[in-house]
Ligand binder design. Structure first.
Ligand SMILES: *Cc1c(COP(=O)(O)O)cnc(C)c1O
Length: 367
């Protein structure tokens, strides 16, 4: 039986091989007689799982040695509070607002620090990334926050800003929840990156934080201990019970990523090439049609999340019903944007996007 193609924005599709491996190991992990879910996080079995996951993540994204990789809980939204509690010192923090997620981030951070929007594309309906030269960065900023891929609006930074060339000494914080491991990261430009696992890395419940060592020691007194980066780092992410199942599943996913090949490319580079091809195929189909449209500027369109509209909105439900019949699931757009959204994360094969494009063209002709 072929599984349907699942275009959910998150929790999202997981590679079938990863699900099969987890199923095979469910009752008895590597002869231990236990499911991973039943293991002590302090036992040698689970410690080996967590150490391998961390090493594989470091390898696949080439994370430099002067960054810590933390496995935490709370998701992306909790990090909107945890980051300022650890990094803001209660002072100034600058936000570039390019969509719903960065909008949420600046609002939450305002509870803990002097959070200010220094550039925003809200007036244009979040269809562009404001040019970096126009960002009104403050010298006093403790860090600058961006959402490097806006999951709801479908806006992605094709390159991370280099704050040093903009005259800022502040570290850059990126929310990379929805495109982590879909492309390489320019770590020399980053102070901290965070992301929930449920888009590109596995099930919900695990949050990844990659933090430069010099940023570990600025937590405010009010920061909860379980969310204090220094404490979490010094305890190898086991200060409190970590999300053990999420770490295990992410570890299987990292393994899967490292095995990927496209021509001479391997790992994340292979996935990036595949993701480019998938996105190009879908955007070309949308732009070339009379029925569908995507309103995001070409140079900042997301490779992962493709929102699109039917110019005749009365056909929305028929579109979704027909898609479901063909095994194309969860294409309904976010309620704040409407229309459709195809999330085409790492686990979506090119054949899934091709099947969607074929269906879209057939549906258009049926008018
Ligand atoms: C999904 C998502 C979040 C929120 O994640 P939660 O796990 O629901 O807290 C934050 N930021 C981005 C960019 C996301 O895509």
């Amino acid at each position: 039986m072929q599984r349907p193609y699942n275009f959910s924005a998150g929790p999202a599709a997981i590679p079938e091989e990863v699900l099969q491996m987890a199923a095979a190991e469910m009752l008895n992990w590597h002869g231990s007689g236990m499911s991973v879910m039943e293991m002590s996080h302090r036992g040698k079995e689970f410690i080996s799982i967590a150490e391998k996951a961390e090493a594989d993540f470091r390898k696949l994204l080439a994370v430099p040695d002067h960054f810590h990789i933390l496995f935490m809980q709370g998701g992306g939204l909790a990090e909107n509070a945890i980051v300022p509690l650890n990094l803001s010192r209660g002072g100034a923090v600058d936000f570039v607002v390019t969509g719903s997620w960065s909008q949420k981030s600046v609002k939450e951070a305002g509870k803990f620090c002097d959070a200010q929007t220094v550039a925003s594309d809200e007036a244009q309906g979040f269809t562009h990334i404001p040019a970096a030269a126009g960002w009104k960065l403050r010298d006093s900023a403790q860090y600058v926050h961006i959402c490097s891929n806006e999951t709801i609006n479908g806006v992605e930074f094709q390159e991370l800003p280099d704050l040093a060339t903009l005259g800022s000494k502040a570290p850059l914080v990126i929310d990379f929840s929805s495109h982590v491991a879909s492309r390489p990261v320019e770590w020399s430009r980053v102070g901290l990156a965070f992301g929930g696992a449920q888009k590109n890395l596995g099930p919900a419940g695990l949050t990844l934080v990659v933090v430069r060592d010099d940023l570990l020691d600025h937590a405010m007194a009010a920061c909860p201990s379980a969310f204090n980066y220094r404490l979490v780092a010094d305890n190898q992410s086991m200060y409190n019970t970590p999300p053990t199942w999420g770490i295990y599943m992410a570890g299987l996913t990292f393994d899967w990523i490292l095995r990927q090949r496209e021509g001479a490319l391997t790992g994340v580079a292979a996935l990036e090439a595949r993701n480019q091809a998938k996105a190009e195929l879908l955007y070309r189909a949308i732009d070339g049609s009379q029925l569908y449209e995507n309103r995001v500027a070409h140079d900042c369109r997301s490779r992962m999340n493709v929102p699109f509209f039917l110019k005749d909105e009365s056909r929305n439900q028929a579109f979704l019903d027909g898609a479901k019949e063909r095994g194309l699931l969860q294409l309904k757009g976010h309620k704040s944007v409407g229309g459709m959204r195809a999330s085409i994360y790492n686990a979506m094969p090119l054949a899934g996007v091709q099947t969607l494009v074929d269906y879209m063209q057939t549906f258009e002709k049926q008018a």
